[in-house]
Design a protein around this ligand. Structure first.
Ligand SMILES: *Cc1c(COP(=O)(O)O)cnc(C)c1O
Length: 475
């Protein structure tokens, strides 16, 4: 049997194999199995070695031939043969609101992580808000967070009325720097949100003892870190609660959805109650149900069809995570010695990462001073799509907008809400350099390709570097 290229469309794969007679002998389930495999397994690439390019060729950004023209693996993946049966059952049942399929997804996600409980909610942002609120993080409290994160981490803190306090990052790992946490702790500090940003685990081994010492609640933002591990334990299960996102771009994609996980059953009962209007649930409010709704709540319930999509995606997550880890390690080994390219570092006790993003630092001095913007354009033109990633979040107007709200003005002393001095207090120079000058990202779907794909990424970077002087003449 001819080995398909990893990102042949499934239809193309089926067509080719039925043309060679295979379709006639494979049972539908075998066929579906083979089709599913073809969509994500790294297979030996049957193409002849990549058409030779020389790093001295003209850069694609200036009209030269790109290193690569082939498509990258698509994201998200949908495989009708394996994915649609369950979804159609849900649609035909008419039970679309939260019921048995959501519970099944929650049980499977908890089991996959090794957590006692899981609650699915509408998105990762609200998973964070739910967790903060049910640990009673409220107005007047301070919450420690890294500035190198998606804006939702900060929005969640502001939504509870608490004050975000930024702790600078370690530029080698892109994660919150444990050495800088204690200096930011005040009597108001009640919680810390370590974010496993890029899908690389934060240094929980050092963060947890600091949190214990200062009695801080630890809520892990694992929205990019599905199946990442520290000492073989999944991130999201190491703190008091873990929050996940299943938004379209995430490593487990449902479109929109999120989850809270924890071993604390009283807390989880409160979270469940909260996402269902504050109605009684388990240990939460069971005493006097006759009095009606016991808690202040909201509505964040997931639908059955979202859960059916999640169950389909979950079947592939482990194998995809292995592929991303293998390709990331290989790509890192290929580019780490290129002058001016400094790939991410993992902490020593990380046993698996999620690689939602593959990040490296770009040092323009080793590229003849070529600005990062031009490097990114040039690499993208070579057929390797990349981006600069996050902007600095600790100085943007949305913070001041929150500070000027009626609630904030009633809760905090005036000095705390002075935006200029807030920005000054929360400066994070390492993060500024990463955001404004150095970070370059490749998205996770690129890591679902073959080894040859990784070789092409490395080759394209080398080619841009060899052409740095020419690229500098671009206006
Ligand atoms: C995606 C993401 C969130 C928010 O998740 P949504 O499902 O988009 O609401 C929070 N934190 C981080 C680090 C994320 O990447």
């Amino acid at each position: 049997m001819k080995t398909p290229e990893p990102n042949f469309s499934r239809r193309e794969f089926l067509r080719r194999n039925s043309l060679t007679g295979l379709g006639a002998v494979l049972t539908p389930s075998l066929l579906a199995n083979a089709a599913e495999k073809s969509a994500f397994t790294v297979l030996d690439d049957p193409r002849p070695a990549a058409p030779a390019f020389s790093v001295a060729d003209a850069p694609a950004l200036m009209g030269g031939r790109p290193v690569r023209t082939k498509e990258w693996p698509i994201w998200p993946q949908w495989i009708p043969e394996t994915d649609e049966k369950r979804l159609l059952e849900v649609m035909r049942s008419g039970v679309w609101s939260r019921a048995a399929v959501v519970s099944e997804f929650e049980q499977q996600w908890a089991a996959t992580l090794g957590s006692k409980r899981c609650l699915a909610v509408v998105n990762g942002t609200n998973a964070l808000i739910t967790s903060l609120a049910q640990f009673d993080i409220r107005g007047g409290d301070e919450v420690l967070i890294p500035p190198y994160t998606f804006i939702a981490t900060v929005s969640a803190v502001l939504a509870t009325g608490a004050m975000p306090v930024f702790v600078d990052i370690d530029p080698n790992t892109f994660q919150i720097d444990p050495a800088k946490i204690e200096a930011k702790i005040t009597p108001r500090t009640k919680a810390i949100i370590p974010v496993h940003i890029l899908g690389l685990p934060a240094d929980m081994t050092r963060i947890l003892p600091i949190a214990r010492k200062h009695k801080l609640v630890v809520i892990e933002d694992a929205c990019q870190a599905h199946l990442a591990e520290i000492n073989h334990r999944k991130v999201g299960t190491l703190g008091d609660a873990g929050c996940f996102s299943f938004q379209n771009s995430k490593n487990l994609a449902i479109g929109e959805a999120g989850a809270v996980v924890s071993d604390n059953s009283e807390f989880m009962d409160r979270c469940f109650s909260y996402q269902n209007f504050g109605n009684a649930y388990g240990s939460a409010g069971s005493v006097s149900v006759s009095l009606g709704t016991p808690y202040q709540g909201t509505k964040l319930r997931l639908t059955e069809y979202q859960a059916a999509i999640g169950l389909a995606q979950l079947k592939r997550l482990d194998a995809q995570t292995t592929t991303r880890n293998e390709n990331a390690a290989y790509l890192k080994s290929k580019i780490k010695d290129i002058p001016g390219i400094v790939p991410y570092r993992l902490y020593d006790d990380v046993t698996r990462a999620a690689f939602h993003l593959f990040a490296f630092r770009y040092k323009k001095d080793a590229f003849k001073g070529l600005p990062r913007e031009v490097f990114i354009k040039a690499l993208s033109a070579e057929g390797v799509p990349c981006q600069k990633g996050y902007a600095t979040l600790n100085n943007m107007p949305y913070l001041n907008d929150a500070f000027q709200s009626k609630n904030f003005r009633k809760i905090y002393p005036k000095e705390m809400l002075d935006f200029k001095s807030y920005v000054e207090r929360n400066r994070c120079p390492e993060n500024e350099r990463i955001c404004n000058e150095e970070a370059v990202w490749l998205t996770q779907n690129l890591l679902l390709g073959s080894r040859q794909d990784m070789d092409e990424i490395a080759g394209a970077i080398e080619k841009v570097r060899a052409n740095a002087e020419k690229l500098l003449t671009l206006k």
